[in-house]
Design a protein around this ligand. Structure first.
Ligand SMILES: [Fe+2]
Ligand SMILES: [Fe+2]
Length: 149
């Protein structure tokens, strides 16, 4: 179902939570579609996602991660999307289709590979993280210089 591969960081608790979430979404995607059981399962997954986001944000807070605000905003957007969808399924306006599962997996893999990976780098290797941040700001300045408008 899910395209791509789940990136593992060697941080046992983080990897375990990501695997559980990706597995739960995959499992729901492969189950036969039934509105009532879909809703129960979707709400359970939503709760699991919330708990994962809370856990991750607490780790960031403890580590003094400067990108916490940006990361939180991405978590929040995804939660809102899922909550909206839950409501639509509940009201009978929407069913969980292949597009939903594709979008959900895509968001998951992208978020883990980019934003979660960035935090893990900050936690494990501060020097490499600083260097990466510096390189990004240079790239940004070069792009601005090339396209001043
Ligand atoms: Fe995250
Ligand atoms: Fe995560």
């Amino acid at each position: 179902m899910a395209k791509g591969r789940l990136l593992e960081f060697g941080w046992a608790e983080m990897d375990r939570q990501h695997k559980l979430l990706v597995g739960a979404i995959d499992f729901l995607g492969r189950s036969p579609r039934q509105r009532t059981s879909d809703l129960v399962e979707l709400r359970r997954i939503l709760q699991e996602i919330k708990e994962h986001f809370d856990w991750e944000e607490t780790q960031m807070l403890l580590a003094g991660y400067p990108e916490l605000g940006r990361h939180k905003a991405d978590h929040h957007r995804q939660l809102l999307n899922l909550q909206d969808l839950c409501k639509l399924v509940d009201e009978g306006h929407e069913t969980l289709d292949a597009d939903f599962f594709a979008a959900c997996s895509e968001w998951n893999f992208r978020h883990i590979r980019s934003m979660d990976a960035d935090f893990v780098l900050f936690r494990d290797d501060r020097e490499a993280w600083d260097l990466q941040r510096e390189l990004r700001s240079w790239e940004y300045e070069i792009r601005l210089a090339e396209h001043p408008d």
